[in-house]
Design a protein around this ligand. Structure first.
Ligand code: SF4
Length: 312
């Protein structure tokens, strides 16, 4: 269902500063102490790929990668070393400056993964906490859309603040011809509790998420969903793609990530879902195990057991 094969890409965190303060930021508490990958490690990654051709694409990421002063130099070097694609993950505000965007494209950055927090300025700006950010991100997307040779992917983090707007996000971006894939990443707080009341109920998210998936597909977009129970998605189950490209980052990140406590589900032992992360600790603390809502997926070759669900 996804357009971009995660295994063909490698991600490297090169910048941990940011000029937004999104309420759902996964690394807000650790941003100041996480260290970007060194230039030596970046060079080693390029050398490795030049020798092995292990990956087709390089993803430059971190907090806000466009704040990195030598971003275009790194992109040029990556392309020269043999990467066929260089992607940046960004909030897109910097792309509202046409000259800046043109320089990025000239350096070889051909894929743009842009975060869109909401469908309108009021919602998006309240989530990013920076007035005017929606207008700048949208302008950046439109400049990219008018630029030959680039592809756009958007991501919307699904929280209590955004889930009702998912179909409207799709509608608001419907005019972008270079938008190839829309992603919906359901929020997890990187800790054991939902201190900011951002974790939304899967039951409540479901109708909005499935509507957004259907609308995005109708526009010809690929769709990728992360961190949502596979059994609830029905025929949209194949949109669930929890895999990520190999990530080269500060090891301290993984200690924080482990606090989420994924893979909890009362049906785990008898569910044939391959992609599902189950529930996480913060979700269970807030909503319980929801064993009355979840339905284990039966193995394809066997007869479904009573109380089991196949993806329908
Ligand atoms: S039953 Fe549990 S493990 Fe299986 S798809 Fe549903 S949430 Fe995931």
């Amino acid at each position: 269902m996804a357009l971009y094969e995660n295994g063909a890409y490698v991600s490297v965190t090169m910048e941990f500063r940011c000029n937004l303060r999104c309420v759902h930021c996964m690394i807000e508490k650790t941003m100041d102490r996480l260290m970007p990958e060194s230039r030596d490690r970046f060079d080693a990654l390029l050398d490795l790929n030049a020798r092995t051709r292990k990956w087709r694409g390089l993803i430059l990421t971190g907090s806000e990668i466009t704040l990195l002063r030598d971003l275009t130099i790194l992109a040029r070097r990556a392309r020269a070393s043999g990467f066929r694609h260089v992607r940046i993950q960004s909030h897109g505000m910097g792309l509202s400056q046409p000259d800046f965007t043109a320089a990025l494209v000239r350096s070889g950055i051909d894929e743009y993964f842009i975060s869109v927090a909401g469908a309108d300025a009021a919602t998006h700006d309240a989530i990013t906490t920076v007035p005017g950010s929606f207008a700048r991100t949208l302008r950046g997307l439109e400049i990219l859309d008018g630029t030959a040779g680039v592809s756009i992917i958007t991501n919307t983090v699904v929280t209590t603040r955004s889930f009702r707007q998912l179909p409207e996000v799709v509608a608001r971006l419907a005019h972008l011809r270079r938008l190839t894939q829309m992603e919906f990443w359901v929020y997890f707080p990187m800790r054991e509790s939902d201190d900011k009341n951002l974790v939304a109920s899967n039951r409540e998210i479901l109708p909005y998420l499935r509507r957004a998936i259907a609308d995005a597909r109708a526009l010809g977009r690929a769709v990728e969903v992360k961190n949502f129970p596979e059994c609830l998605l029905g025929s949209d189950g194949p949109t669930l793609a929890n895999g990520q490209p190999e990530l080269h980052t500060d090891p301290a990140f993984w200690a924080e990530f482990a606090r989420n406590g994924f893979h909890q589900c009362v049906y785990r032992d008898r569910c044939a879902a391959r992609e599902c992360l189950g529930l996480n600790t913060a979700y269970i603390q807030k909503y319980g195990f929801e064993d009355d809502v979840l339905r284990p997926i039966a193995p394809r070759s066997s007869t479904p057991q009573a109380g089991s669900a196949t993806v329908a």
